[in-house]
Design a binder for this molecule. Structure first.
Ligand code: NAD
Ligand code: UFG
Length: 340
């Protein structure tokens, strides 16, 4: 297939490009490089022996999207582009609504005007809000709620896509709800490269390990979980990338708009992840326990059975693999891509 990948220079997008080449697809990336480095394309090329065409532009810039879709015929779009930091979205809600919502509306409009109706969209487990423990593991029909402007953008975009697909039977949309993507390509050439001090657990851990940060604070050890720390469904970014390829194989056959969880189905606690990481590191990771982080759910993990049923896909890599590959990436690239 010939695929348009918005946000393809970013963390999940770049790993998906590698998986897409391995599956024999061709691709063009549309990315404004607002949160990524073109260096990721060099790394894709080193691993795959092929380099995607990069169009540097904003998904909300109609002239860019129109001329790209005029100039080339695509079989499907994988839409990663968007801002993704929960805390930043609270401080800059307008920027999140503008970039994620307004940008996606332009993309969707140009897609339908060009007869391009196959879409794989990056949604998030954030659409489940702060889940009621009785709904765990989370099935796709669990109640939905937004707990931040970022989460609101994902929920509204899902609603918009559901309504558009209900009104026009041409659409084939897969709403992929990612749980907690972590890890890096096993080569150590590609990985997560956040700006500033990371908010998310794994990049924080790797930056403590490399000495850029002093110690990890584990937010809370008094949750009603097996060891008192929060439980999440971590998914290796290469499993996630392969999940997109499995989704692409089915998108044209699945009419309407279908939400699908991409998670492992296993809950791992923060303390367990730290232990796995220490195994990869070969020494203790400096850490301490601190107060709970406001807004955190005690536990959040997927029922991953729909992805298996629809796509024949499930995760292959465990927490030890995630930690080994995250540390391999960070230790080989102490400053990330360092070219943003
Ligand atoms: P990322 O920031 O690494 O990648 C996003 C890419 O989109 C970046 O390369 C950025 O430059 C680009 N971009 C942003 N706005 C753009 C615009 N208007 N036009 C063109 N390009 C634009 O993030 P990621 O972790 O790879 O996430 C990809 C998608 O997955 C996002 O939509 C995110 O919300 C979603 N998601 C991520 C996670 C996670 O924990 N990483 C979890 C759930 C969902
Ligand atoms: N944590 C710590 N210390 C840290 C950072 C995180 O103990 O320094 C803990 C958190 O309290 C939480 C767990 O590690 O219990 C995971 O936290 P992350 O910030 O890595 O991930 P979240 O589950 O909070 O959020 C992630 C994405 C969101 C998305 C959400 C649901 O960052 O974008 O999953 O999918 F909305």
């Amino acid at each position: 297939m010939n695929i348009l990948i918005t946000g393809g220079a970013g963390y999940i997008g770049s790993h998906t490009c590698v998986a897409a080449y391995a599956a024999g697809h061709t691709m063009t990336i549309l990315d404004d490089l607002s949160n990524s480095s073109p260096e990721s394309l060099n790394r894709i090329e080193t691993i795959s022996g092929k380099r995607p065409r990069l169009v540097v532009g904003d998904i909300g810039d109609r002239s860019v999207v129109r001329s790209l879709l005029d100039s080339e015929t695509f079989d499907a779009v994988i839409h990663f582009a968007g801002f993704k930091a929960v805390g930043e979205s609270v401080a800059k809600p307008w920027e999140y609504y503008q970039n994620n919502i307004a940008g996606t509306l332009v993309l969707l409009d140009e897609m339908r005007k060009h007869g391009l109706y196959n879409l794989v969209f990056s949604s998030s487990a954030t659409v489940y809000g702060n889940p009621d423990p009785k709904n765990l593991p989370l099935r796709e029909d669990a109640p939905l709620a937004a707990v931040s402007p970022y989460g609101q953008t994902k929920l509204w975009l899902e609603d918009i896509m559901r309504a558009m697909a209900a009104a026009d039977p041409n659409w084939h949309i897969l709403l992929l709800r990612y749980f907690n993507p972590v890890g890096a390509h096993e080569s150590g050439l590609m990985g997560e490269d956040p700006n500033g001090i990371p908010n998310n657990l794994m990049p924080y851990i790797t930056q403590v390990a490399i000495g850029r940060l002093k110690e990890l604070t584990i937010f809370g050890n008094d949750y009603p979980t097996r060891d008192g720390t929060c439980i999440r469904d971590y998914i290796h970014v290469c499993d996630l990338a392969e999940g997109h390829i499995a989704a692409l194989r089915r998108v044209a056959e699945l009419p309407g708009c279908t939400p699908v969880n991409l998670g492992s189905g296993n809950g791992v606690s923060v303390a367990e992840l730290v232990t796995s990481f220490e195994k990869a590191l070969g020494r203790p990771l400096p850490h301490r326990y601190g107060p709970r982080r406001p807004g955190d759910a005690a536990a959040c993990y997927a029922d991953a059975s729909r992805a298996l049923e629809l796509f024949g896909w499930k995760t292959k890599r465990n927490a030890d693999d995630m930690c080994r590959d995250a540390w391999n990436w960070q230790s080989k690239n102490p400053q990330g891509y360092h070219t943003k």
